[in-house]
Design a protein around this ligand. Structure first.
Ligand code: IMP
Length: 428
């Protein structure tokens, strides 16, 4: 069986807890897109572990794979490994493999990320400035330095030279300089630390599939940040939908899958871009504080709003999601009323999806259905029957409108604070 975790909104849906839970039950965990723009914290008893690049299974001693769909900042990876080793997590080439064809994020990409944002001015995307977009641009432009290139001095020198030549005019314009010789020295040093993990991981994965092993594909960001289907251009630079599993890892099995959509009981977004149900009022502020909605990577305050059925339904449809995990239900406790966005209106036209046109994305008006709040705490509940009636009604309405089963409801950060309605986790 293979499991996939996809965030159905703009990221930060609380994937960490469920990923960690599933990771403890499977043989291998795979990252297949994004880079160290992702971030989550895994709490095990008193210890907290911060992960940006490494698949979550690393904390549970599982085999972990960084797939070729990821863009890899080698220095960030080395830092992450050092930090985790200090917390007594074992990491070696026995439990970590990186696809040999993975493209690297270089210091040059972080500089270009900054420049791109400056040039966009008021239309800035609000990137994490980790160099993600520029690294993917070089990948598609066929200029990238890949992990396997670090093993060959001649290839590496040639590729660095042409990459620096390509970017120099723009960098010079902004008084930034990247020295090819210096970059070569830096890469040669880091190469020793990361080359031992280099492997044709697609082969390894497909052998596992043949043996019917359980594999978890760990999505980063969220489906609405997908480069094709998200709120373009206010998106990340990779495909965050489940289709990317195959191109981003070389995995060949299309059947036998459970695709879980992790979905917050309301909506949040970091960075700029359209957000039809955004709440710029006291309720929005309340959700920020109650839900502790501050970015793990950039510490930015997240924008908050009501649950948007249109958007999540779109993500379910595109990623073939067959189970929903509804997270942070407890953040809605004690509100007088709660709204669900069930459609949009622009001028005289109603929409049951978010059209791709940027003008419409910014200007559609949400059509709401209002539900009475439950005005009592659901924090930590782990039994469906213990939920207040109005909370059950809210969850059931979402399920009905999404036409997808909500298997799990999360009511707090701990594993015990989970309602496993359909015994989904128990049965893995
Ligand atoms: P980039 O991925 O750094 O290029 O940023 C592009 C957009 O994606 C920005 O709005 C970021 O805030 C957002 N983003 C990137 N990674 C994450 C994530 O892991 N969670 C939430 N938002 C993210």
């Amino acid at each position: 069986m293979f499991y996939t975790i996809i965030g159905t909104q703009w990221g930060d849906e609380g994937k960490g807890k469920i990923v960690d839970w599933l990771a403890s039950k499977v043989d291998t965990v795979v990252r297949f897109q994004g880079g160290n723009n992702a971030g989550h914290t895994i709490q095990i008893n008193e210890s907290k572990y911060k992960l940006n690049l490494l698949p979550s299974g690393i904390i549970r001693g599982k085999k972990c794979i960084i797939g070729n769909g990821v863009v890899l900042d080698p220095w960030a990876l080395v830092d992450e490994i050092v930090k985790l080793k200090k917390q007594n997590i074992e990491i070696s080439d026995h439990n970590l493999m990186i696809a040999e064809n993975t493209c690297l994020i270089l210091p040059i990409h972080k500089i270009i990320d900054e420049i791109n944002e400056i040039e966009r001015g008021n239309a800035g995307i609000g990137t994490t400035k980790k160099g993600i977009g520029p690294a993917y641009e070089d990948k598609v432009g066929r200029r990238s330095i890949r992990l396997c290139d670090l093993a060959n001095e001649d290839i590496l020198k040639r590729k660095i030279s042409s990459l620096v030549k390509f970017h120099s005019p723009r960098l010079t314009f902004y008084n930034k300089k990247v020295d090819a010789e210096d970059l070569y020295k830096q890469l040669s040093l880091v190469a020793k630390k990361i080359l031992p993990y280099s492997y044709p991981t697609w082969q390894y994965l497909n052998k596992l599939a043949k043996k019917n092993k359980n594999i978890l594909f760990e999505g980063a960001q969220g489906a609405l940040l997908d480069i094709d289907f998200g709120t373009y251009p206010y998106v990340t630079s990779s495909n965050t939908s489940s289709g990317q599993i195959f191109a981003g890892s070389g995995f060949n099995t299309r059947t036998n899958n459970k695709i879980l959509g992790i979905t917050k009981a309301y909506t949040t977004r970091v960075g700029s871009g359209p957000f039809p149900t955004e709440l710029n009022d006291q309720i929005g502020d309340h959700l920020v504080e109650k839900g502790q909605e501050y970015g793990t990577v950039t510490k930015r305050k997240r924008r908050c709003g009501w649950f948007d059925i249109n958007l999540v339904k779109q993500s379910i449809n595109i990623s073939g999601i067959n189970n929903i995990v509804l997270t942070k239900l407890d953040v809605l406790d004690h509100l007088n009323e709660i709204k669900l966005c069930i459609g949009y209106q622009f001028e005289n036209i109603q929409y049951s999806y978010l059209p791709a046109n940027e003008n419409l994305q910014f200007n559609v008006k949400p059509i709401y259905k209002t539900y009475p709040g439950w005005k009592e705490s659901t924090f930590g509940l782990n039994n469906w029957d213990d939920l207040p009636l109005n909370a059950k009604k809210y969850v059931n309405s979402i399920e009905e409108l999404l036409e997808t089963e909500i298997s799990i409801v999360s009511t707090g950060p701990e594993r015990s604070q989970t309602i496993d309605r359909k015994k989904f986790l128990d049965n893995i």
